[in-house]
Design a protein around this ligand. Sequence first.
Ligand code: IPE
Ligand code: IPE
Ligand code: MG
Length: 244
Amino acid sequence: MLDLIDKEKLPKHIAIIMDGNGRWAKERDKDRLFGHQHGVMSVREVVEGCSEIGIKYLTLYAFSTENWNRPENEVKGLMELLVATIRKEAESLSKNGVRLHVIGDMESLPEYCQVELQEAITMTEKNDQLHLVLALSYSSKWEILKAVKEIVGQVNRNELRVEDITEEVFRNHLTTKDIPDPELMIRTSGEHRISNFLLYQMAYAELYFTHTHWPDFRKKNLYEAILNFQNRERRFGKISEQLY
Ligand code: IPE
Ligand code: IPE
Ligand code: MG
């Protein structure tokens, strides 16, 4: 599979909605948290897989704004799992040239999560082989509203004129400002929806859906998605004949 992938035509940025942990656990008569714990292995796999073939940006949707509405024990379990995982993996991420970023409302996370994340972000800040972006307490509606409020504030203070609001100005107010738009979006576990993820940034992303639940997702599933991506014609509004 790996030899079929054209290394010259890799998506620069892959974004993944890691879905299906709960269903995976339910199929095994286990608690939902058991599914989340097994999902960590898949995270390791895709991070390694992306590093190995030379993907530069990987964004993982780990916790949405709406996920705060889940039962309290699940939210608490997810936060604890996040901290335990970062603590365990930070060193090896750092050694392997991975730079960690977080997008989302970091301040809404429990204090101990923020501290752990900040440490890992600082520890890896010199790396640039693979940018690993965790979307935590993230939603596009939150992000876009935040951008609008900041821009309106600048206009009100006469720091910016309305006619100078370009796409570039707007994107500089998004949490992804230094990150190129995702070219490939993968969602596991069979749901065909975006669930408030990178709505603006995915304007031209190729969407790939698989029935595999997240805890079963391995490198070969990632490579399958990349191959599928490479066989698509991305026209960006033009017609086929203009592309070649
Ligand atoms: C994805 O799996 C993980 C998070 C949203 C945190 P789910 O927990 O959504 O699993 P399903 O969709 O209920 O199977
Ligand atoms: C999306 O999954 C959020 C994450 C994967 C973190 P959900 O399971 O929360 O999405 P819905 O509720 O099925 O749309
Ligand atoms: Mg789900």
